[in-house]
Design a protein around this ligand. Sequence first.
Ligand code: CA
Length: 220
Amino acid sequence: MSKQTLNLSDELYHYMLSVSLRESDELKALRIETAQDPMAMMQISPEQGQFMALLVKLMSAKNIIEIGTFTGYSSLAMAQSSGDDAHIIACDVNEEWTSVARRYWQQAGVADKIDLRLAPAVDTLDSLLENGREGSFDFAFIDADKTNYQAYYEKCLALIRVGGLIAVDNVLWDGSVVEPEKMDADTVAIRQFNESLRHDNRVDISLVPIADGLTLAMKI
Ligand code: CA
């Protein structure tokens, strides 16, 4: 038996989905529609959506913030798994992608749980901090422009409560993090973020090798 995380073959990956994926009709339809978009690779995988939905439910998360909404798969998954009193602030700058998200939130009957903020996420996070929301969020999901990850993380860390969780996507960046010749700004930013988090004693961490790598950081 391998001591390392298994490298999933296509067959094993499809097996995993076949025995574990429980995707709502709306999530499935959204995933299929988004697959037609040239930027479809920005959509999280269904098993990652289900994992995050489980975390949100496990934590009974009520106040959630998402940085990078795209066409809304992750926010829809979290909205469907959270309680009626949950509230998600979804940050994005793209009107076209988030119009798809809005349509599916409506169809799924969760639109009133999601507050879309079309603005640079740093500005939205700063305004939440200015409005006294420090320490008031349970869960944050960071999945936007990689060069701002450190800034998003610091602001989310201030916004979440002790015991709250930050989930950071794409931390393995398709393997580029271990390819020394890859020195583009995104790869460098992700490497720096991962390395700084390693020594960040404000959080407990686990890098979960699901999809493109999802780091969980719990505020302590
Ligand atoms: Ca992502």
